[in-house]
Design a protein around this ligand. Structure first.
Ligand code: ATP
Ligand code: MG
Length: 565
């Protein structure tokens, strides 16, 4: 790592990985899983694309298995018949592979256990631990009780035979949606409402994306999940904190079902990031309402969006490792994610010169028609990256803001009568004036160069007082479109419950610049190569819209680090 100073996040990561502590206890001599292989699973619901919050979960799931030489299953949580889609299944697999994790041949669908879920439910009824309840949804609400007031159901003590018969007929499609449910018989007076005889099956006459109309009853997540875990031999079922209150129910199913193993559920805090939303429902809304160009819009916190933006797998994995695994809610600064990317690209990205808001510079004492090449380094952080040749001539493009007709205090760049400046890798120049149009706009900057300063250093060792600026030879420069991104939301907390997240959008989150001038060599660039545009930031080709005829670059992250350690 380039940076030896530990961030607060990293210190927390080291001291707070309580999951590892629990696992080590479990596999130690005398522990409940002594001698067993640590086995985790990542269970995404295929109803949207993975986002950075999922990355935290899957880094924990796959990373924990890796750490203990164990296994991690990928399981599509598709027990709910609504909304699931094969498109998302493939995208989820692609995203996980891209991050560098692999599930081998352990890919499953939660819905493949429907038959077994049903068998488990029948087993519970037979043990007197589940019953068919015919409360209407309205009655159900009315009878759920409150703190200190138990829930009630007149069907609780119906004979086992009657529940068995009704449950089978539910399966056979004899009843409409909502007519009855199967409930676990646990404790109507429990202080934990999840244990107040929770519904474990409901009727839903919706076809399932993989099983068609075979089923019209579907198991609830809290019932299906522990069964799936136990059938797959999962030892540690790691999930986010909202399931903490469901753990007693998870354990109840594991204890009372007829299951081959006893997995343990451990919860960790969900990841929140400022200036963005991390909920598939909200992300979908942004797409549907056209607020972004799609799930892979480079401003989206989705993995496909981050990838298109130029994020590397290494930067995201580093981020997930460094934010740590805490039990208390953690909102991380978006600037920390950017910091992790910058750190990675600083080591690996090739440096190039690109002028994004160009103005012409003419070197009046450089012979017309003359051309030469100068050598510039590809990456000062990595000498092995070598050097490249760029052409130089009398007419160059420079950034418009590297020139001012009248200097402001402390301005060290080009202005008439100003200090000598260095053209990166080429020559020293002194500004002599400019050309303006009738309305006073500067159309061309004029300068003279010191022919003895080739490479950028004066022959007599005099001090160069002005700045080093980047440039591109106008004769060989290639046009490009450059897209500059800012936070998608101007409000730091658009996800807050009391806010309409759509009204928190940042109206200037995308700025498109055309007619930018880049080094000719960039025509050969291929996604996902990243470049540092000197003095500007890190950029990558847009994987969708860029072509050699029309180059489009996305700014992945600026050079300025706003993350405070
Ligand atoms: P969303 O609200 O975005 O739909 P979800 O929890 O319903 O989230 P799933 O596809 O069910 O999405 O999530 C798969 C796994 O990822 C779950 O184990 C879930 O706990 C975890 N996960 C989802 N969002 C986050 C987050 N922000 N931080 C950490 N883990 C998360
Ligand atoms: Mg979910």
């Amino acid at each position: 790592m380039a940076d030896e100073i530990k961030t607060t996040q990293e210190e927390q990561a080291e001291s707070r990985n309580f999951i590892h502590a629990f696992i080590e206890e479990d596999i130690a001599p005398g522990g409940q899983y002594e001698g067993m292989t640590v086995h985790t699973r990542f269970p995404p619901e295929p109803n949207g694309y993975l986002h950075i919050g999922h990355c935290k979960a899957l880094t924990i799931d796959f990373g924990t298995a890796e750490k203990y030489g164990g296994l991690c299953n990928l399981r599509m949580d598709d027990t709910n018949p609504t909304k699931e889609d094969e498109e998302f299944v493939e995208a989820i697999k692609e995203d996980i592979h891209w991050l560098g994790f692999d599930w081998g041949d352990r890919f499953f669908y939660g819905s493949d256990y429907f038959e077994e879920d049903y068998r488990q439910a029948v087993g519970l009824i037979k043990k007197g631990l589940a019953y068919v309840c015919q409360l209407t949804p309205e009655e159900f609400k009315e009878y759920r009780g409150s703190i200190g007031v138990p829930a009630k159901s007149p069907y609780r003590d119906r004979p086992i035979e009657e529940s068995l018969d009704l449950f089978e007929r539910m399966r056979n499609g004899e009843f409409p949606d909502g007519a009855m449910t199967l409930r676990a018989k646990i404790d109507l007076a429990s202080g934990n409402f999840n244990l107040r005889d929770p519904v474990i099956y409901r009727i839903n006459h919706l076809p399932h994306h993989r099983h068609g109309t075979k089923w019209c009853i579907y198991p609830m997540y809290d019932f299906a999940h522990p069964i799936q875990d136990a059938l797959e031999g999962i030892t540690h079922s790691l999930c986010s904190l909202e399931f903490e209150n469901h753990r007693p129910l998870y354990n109840w199913v594991v204890e009372h079902g007829d299951l081959p193993s006893r997995p343990r559920q451990i919860e960790f805090a969900r990841l929140g990031i400022d200036h963005t939303v991390l909920s598939k429902r909200k992300l979908r809304k942004l797409v549907e309402e056209g607020k972004v160009s799609g799930w892979d819009d480079p401003r989206m916190p989705t993995l496909c969006g981050l990838r298109r933006r130029g994020y590397t797998p290494r930067s995201i994995r580093n981020f997930c490792e460094r934010i740590g695994v805490a039990k208390s809610a953690n909102v991380v600064e978006y600037s920390f994610l950017e910091h992790c990317l910058r750190e990675d690209l600083n080591e690996t990205a090739q440096r190039v010169m690109a002028v994004i808001r160009p103005i012409k510079l003419t070197i009046t004492n450089y012979p017309e028609g003359q051309r030469e090449t100068v050598t510039v380094e590809n990456n000062p952080m990595d000498p092995a990256a070598g050097t490249r040749e760029v052409t130089f001539s009398r007419t160059l493009w420079i950034e418009a803001d590297d020139f001012l007709p009248e200097p402001v205090p402390k301005y060290k760049r080009l202005y008439p009568g100003g200090p000598e400046c260095r053209l990166k890798g080429a020559y020293l120049i002194t500004c002599t004036g400019c050309v303006q149009d009738e309305s006073g706009n500067v159309t061309e900057v004029l300068a003279t160069y010191d022919p003895e300063s080739r490479g950028g250093d004066p022959a007599d060792g005099r001090k160069v007082k002005g700045a080093t600026i980047h440039w591109v030879d106008a004769a060989t420069a290639v046009d490009a479109e450059v897209r500059l991104y800012d936070n998608l939301f101007s409000d730091p907390d658009p996800d807050a419950a009391d806010k309409d997240f759509l009204s928190c959008l940042n109206s200037s989150s995308l700025e498109i610049l055309t007619g930018c001038k880049v080094e000719a060599g960039l025509v050969d660039a291929v996604f996902p190569a990243s470049f540092q545009f000197l003095r500007q930031g890190y950029f990558c080709l847009d994987s969708k819209d860029s072509s050699p005829e029309h180059l489009v670059f996305n700014r992945s992250v600026s050079l300025k680090d706003s993350f405070k350690k």
